[in-house]
Design a protein around this ligand. Structure first.
Ligand code: ATP
Ligand code: MG
Length: 376
């Protein structure tokens, strides 16, 4: 397809498309060539894919508030109703049917060979095919969660390995969402598992929303995404448990996570403490838990390297041989160094425990342990 037609599909001018083209990444997936928008660009969502003369829109960035009572009325209209859904901690996937083939796209717009192969296990294939037969232009948006996860592993009760939960239904080409109610009904009709809804609230019902957060926090869950009934506006907010969990993880690989990642989570904690009007005693407890998450996980990493070990991002995957081979090929092609820790078969599946090497943390920790002197 020539550029002119793509610019029309994207709804941008020809010269804007010319400017965009330089930033597109070209990839191939099983002989199929495609291009995608790998980062945030004005006008076109990150993760937008151009292939086979059609477009798969990126999933929009979800804005966050640090203060519920002030952020909710800012993000949504006066007197507007919002739906509160659970925010799950896994990886974002968009599923679309291109030329009769059902493909899974990553957040940045790559076709994920592993997720594509796992789809029929995560959603009943007959349901998926029926959905695309009825709605060929659908883009199923959801989160892949669970402990046997090659990207973002997180435990959820009732999820032993890997699971899919839909949280949005958009038009593949325009990116326009279905209203929340209609979306939930459709997924129910096609038997596609979806994120939990906590119901509909007024924008000033902060106390009720706060209670949802408290409950999720106690259960160690990530948080919520609030949505206008039309599905067009979203706002996220995370629990202290999630902020702390992220910090513990990031500080266990202290030189591989960007410092802004850590700083942002610290800010969230401080704002939450103030919004929730914590007593000095409760705030001190929060600070203590946060300090433990940071220092103890770093200490463990340093001890591990000191004992001659290496730190890295450990993952377990369980899938058919083909999906695992495709995953490792995909990760290695991305420049990741993998250490396979165990590799076995069980009930026809291959189960592999592996680590993504994190050279920066290992090298820096070792250097410091060996007495490297820092100019600071
Ligand atoms: P973003 O750019 O979307 O903010 P991020 O990498 O910073 O991405 P998160 O902080 O995890 O991601 O928040 C947004 C992501 O949350 C979405 O991209 C989606 O994958 C995930 N998510 C989980 N549950 C939901 C939900 N119920 N509604 C919308 N998104 C959800
Ligand atoms: Mg996430």
């Amino acid at each position: 397809m020539c550029a002119t037609e793509y610019h029309r599909l994207l709804g941008i001018g020809e010269s804007a498309f010319d400017g965009l083209e330089d930033h597109l990444e070209s990839r191939t997936y099983e002989g199929r060539e495609y291009r995608h928008v790998p980062d945030y660009r004005r006008g076109v969502e990150r993760g937008t894919v151009l292939l086979e003369g059609t477009v798969v829109r990126g999933f929009p960035k979800v804005p966050r508030t640090l203060v519920l009572s002030a952020g909710i009325p800012t993000a949504f209209g006066d007197g507007e109703k919002i739906v509160v859904e659970e925010k799950l901690n896994g990886y974002n996937v968009r599923v679309a049917c291109i030329d009769g083939e059902i493909l899974a796209f990553s957040r940045s717009g790559r076709i994920c060979p592993f997720t594509t192969r796992m789809l029929e296990r995560l959603i009943d294939l007959a349901d998926l095919e029926a959905l695309f037969a009825t709605h060929p232009g659908a883009m199923i948006c959801g989160e892949i969660i669970g402990p046997e996860n090659p990207y973002t592993a997180c435990d959820y009760p009732g999820v032993d390995s890997l699971a899919f939960r839909a949280f949005d239904w958009r038009d593949r080409e325009t990116g326009a969402p279905l209203p929340v109610g209609e979306r939930r009904e459709r997924y129910e009709r096609f038997d596609v598992p979806q994120v939990r809804s906590f119901g509909t609230y007024e924008v000033d019902e902060t106390a009720e929303i706060r209670r949802i957060i408290d409950r999720l926090d106690r259960e160690g869950r990530e948080g919520i995404v609030m949505k206008s009934l039309s599905g067009t506006r979203q706002l996220k907010y995370t629990t202290s448990a999630a902020n702390r969990g992220d910090l513990a993880y990031a500080f266990s690989l202290p030189f591989d996570y960007g410092q802004p990642f850590m700083f942002r989570r610290l800010l969230r904690e401080a704002f939450q403490s103030v919004e929730w009007d914590e007593s000095d005693e409760v705030a001190r407890e929060r600070a203590h838990d946060l300090g433990e998450a940071i220092v103890l996980s770093m200490r463990e990493a340093i001890q591990c390297v000191d004992d001659g070990g290496t730190v890295g991002e450990g993952h377990t995957v369980r899938a058919c041989d083909d999906a695992i081979d495709a995953l490792f090929e995909h990760l290695r092609a991305d420049g990741l160094q993998l250490e396979i820790e165990s590799d076995r078969h069980e009930n026809g599946d291959r189960i592999v425990e592996f680590r993504k090497r994190t050279p920066s943390s290992n090298d820096k920790i070792r250097n410091y342990l060996e007495g490297h002197v820092v100019e600071e």
